[in-house]
Design a protein around this ligand. Structure first.
Ligand SMILES: [Zn+2]
Length: 192
């Protein structure tokens, strides 16, 4: 499975899957499209190759460019339970960021039970599961080959007390789903 880090500004964004139809996992702050395009050019993946954008959670450093990417032709996958969090994204945005608010009716709803079939259709063997803890809308992509893209899920033991139980349960879910090689959004690769 091809995994390419196209991240910038201390956040990792990943192109996952075949070079023909990779999946984009997370996208950056508003106004950073030129950085994303430059990184894609560096790794020789045209933006037009992507059909879907998966957002691990709707925070500005993970979903800020979502609407602009939709306008560029990508379909935003909205996982089960994530939609109510989309309108909250704009609370972090200042006017000078020129954030494009994410419209709700033109996304692809993704129940977790359907994630395996959707991923299979673009050549990825894996699934998306709920992994709350950092936020209630956090999800992780787990490949059958063991790679897990967990967004901002805190390392076990590093979560604040009030989130410790949710974080521990999410790590258990990741392990159960076969996640072994952990791709964090803001931390180095880690094996569990
Ligand atoms: Zn983050």
């Amino acid at each position: 499975m091809n995994i390419v880090n196209v991240g910038y500004k201390s956040t990792n964004y990943f192109a996952v899957g075949s070079t023909g139809t990779p999946l984009l996992v997370d996208c950056g702050w508003p106004g950073t499209m030129p950085l994303l395009l430059a990184n894609l050019k560096r790794v020789d993946i045209p933006l037009s190759a992507f059909q879907y954008l998966l957002v691990t959670h709707f925070h500005p450093d993970h979903a800020g460019l979502a609407q602009e990417l939709k306008q560029a032709g990508l379909t935003l996958l909205v996982c089960e339970g994530q939609e109510p969090f989309i309108p909250q994204l704009k609370q972090w945005m200042k006017p000078e960021m020129h954030f494009h608010d994410i419209t709700l009716r033109d996304n692809r709803a993704l129940p977790f039970a359907e994630s395996r079939a959707l991923l299979k259709a673009i050549g990825i063997d894996g699934q998306v599961i709920a992994t709350p803890g950092h936020s209630d809308d956090s999800v992780s992509l787990i490949l059958d080959s063991g790679e897990a893209f967990v967004g901002d899920l805190a390392s076990p033991g590093a979560a604040p007390d009030e989130h410790a139980a949710a974080v521990a349960a999410s790590w258990e879910a990741i392990r159960t789903a076969g996640g072994r090689t952990i791709y964090h959004a803001h931390a180095p690769l880690r094996h569990i």
